[in-house]
Design a protein around this ligand. Structure first.
Ligand code: SF4
Ligand code: SF4
Length: 302
């Protein structure tokens, strides 16, 4: 969206954190769109400034930022203006896809290979447009408004997929074959779930506690374990912060096509059912998870 010069000047002089400025841009453009403007005006930006300054006067904000930045006013304002001018040149997406850096030897899929595909899917589903339409604009737009997808290559989940709107862990279900076991106990030592015991010289897996991390498959020198299935664990509706909650396990293990259908189902559920800024975690609390499965298995979710 285009910006009038006075609107851009106000935006660039706002004393707000860099991480908040993206939200302020979306906020101003949403105010403009809802007012029927085809560009952001000074009036739209003045309303945005009021929302972002809250109850803190400019002088207090300036003192605070100077203290944090360890800079004089001129230097501080120059730095902030540069960030703001750069932001005005690009579109802001209200989603984030984070990917872990699992060691290639440990992971069950490559999160960095999948990341662009997920980002493209979120763009096609117009996640930013859907969230923007539901903004109440009663408070500054922050990271909490973003639809966050977390991609963890292995079951350790360093990027906490279970605490995000949508999360994946790479998993691999083991199967024991007839290969001879040397009784080295490497699999027993490696299994963090204590799911493996050796009985009569052969491994056995307690399937009630195995979480499909696949480590026994990777560590066994005799290839006694083989992958019965490799894929993704899918979490949905997790949340960090004051009202944190773990995500629901939508699939214990599934394939990529189903993951993409699940993502589409979750986004379409938000589009159709979310009240105001209600996130997927609250939607699941209110409606349960059945509507997600219904959309995944419906002929079409669009
Ligand atoms: S897949 Fe992981 S949790 Fe399951 S038995 Fe193997 S090492 Fe243990
Ligand atoms: S790692 Fe393989 S060879 Fe070693 S005890 Fe386990 S199953 Fe047997």
């Amino acid at each position: 969206m285009e910006w009038d010069k006075d609107a851009a000047d106000i935006f660039c002089s706002l004393l707000i954190a860099d991480s908040t400025r993206e939200g302020a841009k979306v906020h101003a453009e949403t105010i403009a769109r809802r007012a029927g403007h085809d560009r952001v005006t000074g009036e739209d930006m003045a309303k945005t400034k009021k929302a972002y300054y809250g109850r803190t006067p400019e002088a207090v904000r300036l003192a605070e930022f100077r203290k944090r930045a360890g800079a004089g006013e001129t230097e501080l304002r120059q730095r902030m203006e540069q960030t703001a001018r750069n932001l005005l040149k690009r579109d802001i997406e209200l989603f984030t896809v984070i990917a872990c850096r699992a060691e290639p030897a440990d992971r069950n899929f490559d999160p960095w290979e999948l990341k662009p595909e997920v980002e493209q899917k979120l763009k096609e589903l117009d996640v930013t447009g859907i969230i923007t339409d539901k903004l109440t604009l009663k408070r500054p737009i922050s990271q909490h408004h973003k639809f966050v997808v977390s991609l963890a290559g292995c079951a350790n989940g360093c990027v906490t997929p279970e605490t995000r709107a949508f999360g994946l862990s790479g998993v691999m279900k083991p199967l024991i074959n007839d290969n001879e076991c040397s009784q080295c106990y490497l699999c027993v030592d490696r299994c963090k779930q204590n799911a493996i015991i050796l009985r009569k010289g052969r491994p056995e897996i307690d399937t009630s506690v195995c979480d499909y991390c696949g480590q026994c498959i990777k560590v066994c020198p005799k290839s006694v374990f083989e992958p019965a299935q490799a894929g993704f664990r899918v979490f949905v509706g997790g949340r960090l912060g004051r009202f944190h909650q773990p995500g629901f396990v939508l699939f214990r293990i599934t394939d990529k096509a189903t993951v993409m259908k699940a993502l589409e189902a979750v986004v379409s559920l938000i589009r159709d059912e979310a009240r105001g800024e209600e996130g997927i975690g609250d939607l699941i609390k209110r409606l349960g998870v059945a509507p997600i499965y219904e959309r995944i298995y419906a002929p079409s979710v669009s």
